[in-house]
Design a protein around this ligand. Structure first.
Ligand code: HEM
Length: 256
């Protein structure tokens, strides 16, 4: 059987699937325990704090989840750096000039000013935007969270003004991160017409060949050594992925 006739392609290995789950659960815990402290006068916050066993437990859960986020972020940066430097992984999340051109091309396509959408590679400009938001935002939350946790230690080396700055940064970035995930990420993962009712690729690790051609034609061409005509990547509502339907899969390529 010709490789390109496979219905499903392996996009993510189990390491990335577990990493996404851990990130989702940790982020949810941090948002729930953090925002209920920020908006502590609201009834909903008081109910959440009560269910969790009081303010002390809520703060404890927040700090333990903070340690979890710190470990995962450090792990991710170290593994990605090691992979790119020593295992020849392709640094597929690096932002390039092409990403800006792709964004403009897609706007032109959606406005009906061009025949074809942008031809994206393994990750498109929207995915890169989200990824760097999580990595850079995560680092800011970790640094400011640690400053709030250990103010005496921090002010031994840095001026005292750092603490109110850390507090303003932590509390406002928390709200921003929550809104970005709710509005942007949940829309792209669930409600976008291209994935409705839900994009399951990060849970099953498998993507249909049809979606791959629409959304990542350059990676598809590289994987199978073919050249697709531009009209192949025209966007249509994606066919829904199901675990049962995923019969044949290709091994994941190692990428950072
Ligand atoms: C996405 C990640 C995070 C979110 C959304 C988040 C959210 C929040 C929010 C909303 C508050 C309340 C601020 C206020 O009262 O105005 C808070 C407080 C706090 N956060 Fe975070 N946070 C995150 C990560 C972290 C991390 C990584 C750490 C530590 C390593 C941390 C440690 C703290 C500490 C120490 C406080 C002060 C409350 C306390 O004493 O327990 N947070 N966080």
């Amino acid at each position: 059987m010709n490789n390109t006739s496979q219905e499903y392609i392996r996009r993510f290995g189990s390491f990335r699937i577990v990493e996404h789950w851990l990130n989702a659960v940790t982020f949810a815990l941090l948002v729930v325990t953090g925002l209920s402290q920020k908006f502590h006068t609201y009834e909903l916050s008081q109910w959440i704090i009560g269910v969790l066993g009081g303010i002390d437990t809520t703060r404890l859960i927040h700090r333990y989840s903070g340690i979890m986020l710190t470990v995962m972020t450090v792990q991710h940066v170290l593994v990605a750096s090691f992979g790119v430097l020593f295992l020849k992984w392709q640094p597929s999340m690096i932002i390039q000039l092409k990403d800006f051109r792709d964004a403009i091309d897609n706007i032109r396509y959606y406005l009906g000013l061009s025949e074809h959408p942008a031809r994206c590679d393994r990750f498109d400009y929207k995915q890169k935007f989200e990824y760097w938001g999580v990595v850079v935002g995560g680092m800011l939350m970790i640094a400011s969270g640690l400053a709030l946790w250990f103010p005496i230690l921090v002010t031994r080396y840095l001026p005292g003004e750092v603490i109110p700055v850390a507090k303003a940064l932590h509390t406002n970035e928390a709200l921003l991160a929550f809104l970005v995930i709710i509005i942007w990420h949940i829309y792209n993962a669930i409600f976008s017409p291209e994935v409705l009712p839900v994009d399951t690729v990060i849970f099953t690790g498998k993507i249909s060949k049809k979606r791959m051609i629409h959304e990542h034609p350059l990676e598809f061409e590289r994987m199978f050594g073919v050249s697709l005509p531009p009209e192949e990547s025209r966007h249509t509502p994606a066919d829904t992925e199901t675990v049962e339907a995923a019969q044949t899969v290709k091994n994941p390529s190692s990428t950072a």
